[in-house]
Write a protein of this length. Structure first.
Lengths: 88, 405
């Protein structure tokens, strides 16, 4: 591989960047409590929290484990659980 | 032989620069009007409002935005321009490092003004010298005509496919920006003979998207990435020399390439300086020579790339080198002084004395130069190797505590 002048590269590389590797904690949902209100989806800065069906799910490839979804959840359905990056 | 005539007139420095930028035809100009600014932007704004400017003039909310805007427009393959002074240049700093790293040749005029505090709009070189580590090309000019001509040259240097770096013409505030002088300004057609259109290596196109400034936390790449900027800046030395020669051929004006030497061949004492004080030193030099003192002068035109081997060749045979700095690095001393010492290290070269002069528009007269030469001679005779001297520091003004320690 050779670097281009100025390190200019093809577009869309951030899609390949596994930011999930940075994660120390992963949000885990209590399906009994989750009411599918989508607040987590709105607040997730990376767009990787999602209400699918009627319950929370997370894209583990990108989720950095910032915990904003759990903080904002109005029914406390999300818990941040220690997670070793993409191991799961 | 000179073949281009230009238009001669009595013109204010800032207006001469604005008219030159118009002739260079940038596609995008972005600038913020204060903190502080000069008539360059005002005049370009007027040209835009009168429909006389080919490119787009974009008003922005800060110098950070101005720099970001032209970084983007050069990434889109468009020749661009911005200008600022003092604090405004510092606000652009983050973007300037990005321009140098992503190799996008934005051209700046820096009208040199002192930094706050105290809040002031006087002249010294502290603002631009503080940008020296960014990877930016910096040329310091002596008079208004050199400022005009260097703008035409610097676009060619910056946009060269082997270089591709941001570049800055540094001109002293007031003395050059606001003074009137007989100046020759070049028309669009006359500039075109010297300066080819900007032909970028990479540019943004919706049909072929690219990433400028990608993320990489990879320690095995970052050194090599940074080295590319270092290497390009060193290679620009040759381009600066070539641009100066080519310019002389067409337009008849020459101010030196990286350096300009005056009376250095037989000089015992050589002064080293940048910017407008060079003109004053040249006047003083005549009188010093008439009185039998073998004093010479090296004008550092290109501060970045730093002309290290050229300075060694120019200064090596002197007994005493006196570096006059219009800026300093606190606790270290004069910046140019430090770099001249560094490049002569290990050469068994001359003794070097460094003075800080002319901060915040403190006037530099020919008499100032005589005093400095006399002081330097005395210090050298005593065998002292003094630290940087703040010339004519008025100790009466300082609180006593400073001297009781």
């Amino acid at each position: 591989m050779k670097l281009n002048i100025g390190g200019i590269t093809e577009a869309g590389l951030s899609k390949k960047n596994q930011t999930g590797n940075w994660r120390a904690f992963l949000p885990v949902v209590d399906k009994e409590k989750c009411n599918g209100c989508e607040i987590c989806e709105v607040f997730c800065p990376e767009g990787c929290a999602e209400i699918s069906g009627k319950s929370f799910c997370v894209n583990e490839f990108y989720c950095k484990g910032c915990g904003i979804c759990a903080y904002e959840c109005p029914v406390s359905a999300l818990t941040m659980v220690a997670s070793g990056g993409l191991s799961s | 032989m000179k073949r281009i005539e230009g238009r001669k007139g009595l013109v204010q420095g800032a207006v001469a620069i604005a008219e030159t930028i118009k002739a260079v035809r940038p596609g995008v100009i972005a600038a913020y009007p204060i903190t502080p600014q000069t008539l360059i932007v005002e005049h370009l704004g007027k040209l835009a409002a009168d429909g006389k400017l080919e490119g787009k003039f974009i008003n922005v909310d800060s110098e950070f935005s101005a720099a970001s805007m032209v970084w983007g427009s050069v990434a889109a393959g468009v020749r661009s321009y911005t200008t600022s002074c003092s604090q405004g240049l510092l606000l652009m700093t983050e973007v300037i490092f990005n321009m140098a790293g992503t190799r996008l040749p934005v051209v700046f005029t820096a009208v040199n003004r002192s930094l706050s505090p105290p809040i002031n709009i006087q002249v010294d070189h502290q603002d631009t010298m503080t940008l020296r580590d960014s990877g930016l090309i910096q040329i310091y000019v002596e008079n208004i005509q050199e400022a005009v001509d260097t703008h035409v040259q610097i676009y060619k240097i910056a946009e060269d496919k082997d270089i591709l770096l941001p570049a800055m013409v540094c001109m002293d505030a007031w003395i050059l920006s606001h003074a009137y002088a007989p100046v020759t300004i070049w028309t669009e057609e006359e500039v075109e003979e010297f300066l080819p259109p900007f032909d970028p290596v990479f540019s943004l196109d919706p049909k072929r998207p690219l990433t400028f400034g990608a993320l990489s936390n990879d320690p095995s790449l970052i050194t090599e990435f940074k080295y590319m900027t270092h290497d390009a800046l060193i290679r620009s030395k040759q381009k600066i020399e070539e641009a100066a020669w080519e310019f002389e051929e067409l337009y008849g004006n020459y101010y030196g390439g990286l350096l300009e030497e005056t009376y250095t061949e037989d000089a015992d004492i050589i002064l080293v300086a940048m910017g407008t004080m060079v003109g004053t030193i040249k006047v003083a030099l005549q009188q010093l020579r008439n009185s039998g003192k073998k004093v010479g002068l090296v004008k550092v035109r290109s501060f970045r790339p730093f002309p290290d081997s050229e300075l060694r060749a120019a200064l090596g045979a002197a007994e005493l080198v006196v570096v006059l700095d219009r800026s300093f690095s606190a606790s270290f001393g004069g910046i140019l002084g430090g770099e001249v010492k560094s490049c002569l290290y290990g050469t068994r070269g001359p003794a070097i004395i460094n003075f800080v002069v002319g901060l915040g528009s403190r006037e530099i007269y020919p008499e100032t130069v005589f005093d400095i030469v006399t002081q330097a001679e005395m210090l050298a005779e005593r065998g002292l190797s003094p630290e940087t001297i703040f010339f004519n520091l008025n100790k009466e003004l300082l609180p006593e505590a400073i001297f009781s320690i």
